[in-house]
Ligand binder design. Structure first.
Ligand code: HEC
Length: 193
């Protein structure tokens, strides 16, 4: 006759019921999964749904390919800038032939936004002491080479040759701190080099 055992909390019914087989002396039990395990599993399922929506149906998820592309581009830019010796560019900015070449490039490519004398228009004033993205040689070089396309400053490394980048940055250095009246200062004051 089947008798109803009193409920034992430490050993609820369904626990420790051996299956009718054993292999190599190992006995299998058919216990329910622990509650904490099932709970965690349910949370991962719910998380996965929202994570999927965040990545694929809302526009703000960082997908791996674009993120990789951006990181690669940032790394390439850093390598490009590291290959340039700031002292050489500073010296170039005092070399009249380089500055003339840089000015020609500037007039052709940059004056439409930064005004003919660099006093600023759409783009910031390049003749004051204030810089949004840094006023040291490397920062200016990175700004010009890599641009800030989302902020309206084009990327020039895909348009200009490496030596042309140096020429135009040398020109920017030659007009830095010449204080032409123009667009109001933007960014932080820089007075180095
Ligand atoms: C289509 C317009 C446009 C053109 C063309 C352009 N710029 Fe810019 N530039 C901008 C804008 C807009 C910004 C400011 C971005 C921001 O808000 O951070 C900027 C920022 C800069 C800065 C950083 C200034 C700072 O305060 O940190 C430098 C340096 C610069 N440009 C140099 C150049 C040079 C050199 C060229 C030509 C090779 C050029 N720009 C061509 C629009 C332009």
């Amino acid at each position: 006759m089947k008798t109803e055992a009193p409920f034992d909390r430490s050993n609820p019914p369904g626990f420790d019921v051996p299956k009718d087989h054993a292999y190599d002396g190992i006995q299998e039990f058919d216990n329910p999964l622990p509650r904490w395990w099932l709970g965690t599993f349910a949370i991962t399922v719910v998380f996965a749904i929202f994570y999927w929506m965040w990545l694929h149906s809302l526009p703000n998820g960082p997908l791996s390919f674009p993120t990789y592309g951006e990181e690669q581009a940032a790394y390439d830019l850093k390598m490009l800038a590291n290959a340039v010796d700031p002292a050489t560019v500073v010296a170039a900015s005092k070399d009249p032939a380089t500055v003339t070449r840089g000015k020609a490039l500037y007039t052709e490519r940059c004056a439409s936004c930064h005004a003919p004398e660099g006093q600023g228009q759409v783009g910031p004033n390049l003749t004051d002491k204030f810089w949004i993205h840094g006023g040291d040689v490397k920062s200016i070089y990175m700004t010009v080479a890599g641009g800030y396309p989302k902020l309206g400053m084009p990327e020039w490394r895909t348009v200009l040759e490496d030596n042309q980048l140096v020429d135009v940055v040398a020109f920017v250095l030659s007009i830095r701190n010449t204080e032409k009246a123009g667009k109001a200062p933007q960014g932080e004051s820089y007075s180095g080099e």
